[in-house]
Write a protein that binds this ligand. Structure first.
Ligand code: ZN
Length: 365
């Protein structure tokens, strides 16, 4: 919560001479802090096993990032006023290097607990987010790609051979895609709003390259997609792709910015949609990889609604419910009532045609 994104006006760096008045950066602690407080006050926290994060080491970061990028973030973080991770829209506050290392290290510690058999499912409520960061550049508020660092750690330190990364943040998981684009041992699937962020990224024809051809799947959903479109994508693309890939571990880049009130996207999901999608993923994990499902927090910029989405997600992940129900459910239901529309179905059905390109693994013995 101490990662300082400064005085940007929403997502624009303050610049009085250009008329951009200082304000509050849209990626600030509030949605995450309030999510944590709701998880606590609902009583759910008391039912969970807390896993203490640690700093990811430089060697762990270097499994996915270039040494130049790691050095850049470290140098920006040491400046009295901080700096930027690479695209001019990704503030690095003073000390953000260590905080970003804690975010990646939190996921690593969670995976270590999973590998040790203490738990099967976990959620790292971390910031800064990570899924836009490429090997060599931070972007889209992301410094290091925590989920990618975690996936490589799972493979190289914990013995999980095949890792699937599902990304349902409203924006394209471009960084994760680029890091594993030629690697068939990591299946990357991104559901996102078409052409939202980054621009011109995340199309269906970006399907992996070389040995990794077929192992990157994008579902660029039209703006205005709600529960019907997302659940169709989960049922027709995500779950069949996971079934075919048969991962040893499922990681989730868990953004809540496809919620109906998010300022940085135009999708229409409710807390209940996140609950349903989580159930689908958890059932796949139970079927395929001994229940191993680990999520890292990504986007979600509505401080007053993200906490209810996060609680629904975590209740479902923990296989329980609390006395807290989504107080906005009735309002959200109106937005979310739209049936699956033909232009949404067309995108999902086109992406579903990629699933057979995933080779069925040969299982020894
Ligand atoms: Zn996002």
């Amino acid at each position: 919560m101490w990662h300082d994104t400064g005085t940007s006006a929403g997502l624009l760096p303050a610049n009085p001479s250009a008329g951009v008045q200082p304000a509050v950066h849209v990626e600030n602690p509030e949605a995450k802090r309030r999510a944590h407080e709701l998880i606590h006050s609902s009583g759910l926290l008391a039912e969970l096993l807390a896993v203490e994060p640690r700093l990811a080491t430089e060697d762990e970061l270097l499994r996915v990032h270039t040494s130049e990028h790691v050095a850049h973030i470290k140098a920006q973080s040491a400046l009295p006023g901080g700096g930027d991770a690479g695209d001019g829209f990704s503030p690095v506050g003073r000390g953000s290097y260590e905080i970003a290392c804690l975010a990646a290290g939190g996921l690593i510690e969670l995976l270590t607990a999973v590998a040790g058999g203490d738990i099967t499912r976990g959620y790292a409520l971390i910031r800064p987010p990570g899924h836009h960061a490429t090997a060599s550049q931070g972007m889209g508020f992301c410094l290091f790609n925590s989920i990618a660092v975690a996936a490589r750690h799972a493979q190289e330190a914990l013995g999980f051979a095949r890792v699937a990364i599902v990304d349902w943040d409203a924006h394209h998981g471009n960084g994760t895609q680029s890091i594993f684009y030629s690697d068939p041992s990591v299946l990357t699937i991104s559901l996102h709003q078409a052409n939202c962020f980054p621009p011109n990224s995340g199309w269906i024809n970006e399907n992996g390259a070389g040995e990794g051809a077929g192992y990157n799947i994008n579902v660029p959903l039209p703006p205005g997609s709600g529960p019907a479109a997302y659940l169709h994508a989960m049922t027709e693309v995500v779950v069949p792709a996971l079934d075919r890939f048969a991962p040893d571990l499922i990681l989730l880049a868990n953004g809540y910015d496809a919620n109906v009130w998010d300022p940085l996207a135009r999708q229409m999901l409710t807390a209940d949609t996140y609950r349903t999608m989580t159930r689908q993923l958890a059932e796949a994990a139970d079927r395929l990889c001994h229940g191993r499902l680990v999520a890292g927090h990504e986007g979600g910029y509505t401080p007053w609604y993200v906490p209810f989405c996060a609680l629904a997600f975590l209740e479902e992940l923990a296989g329980t419910t609390t006395h807290v129900t989504d107080p906005l459910a009735a309002v959200a239901a109106g937005y979310a009532a739209e049936p699956l529309l033909s232009h949404q179905q067309a995108v999902v059905d086109e992406a579903a045609q990629l699933v057979p390109r995933i080779s069925i693994p040969v299982v020894a013995g």
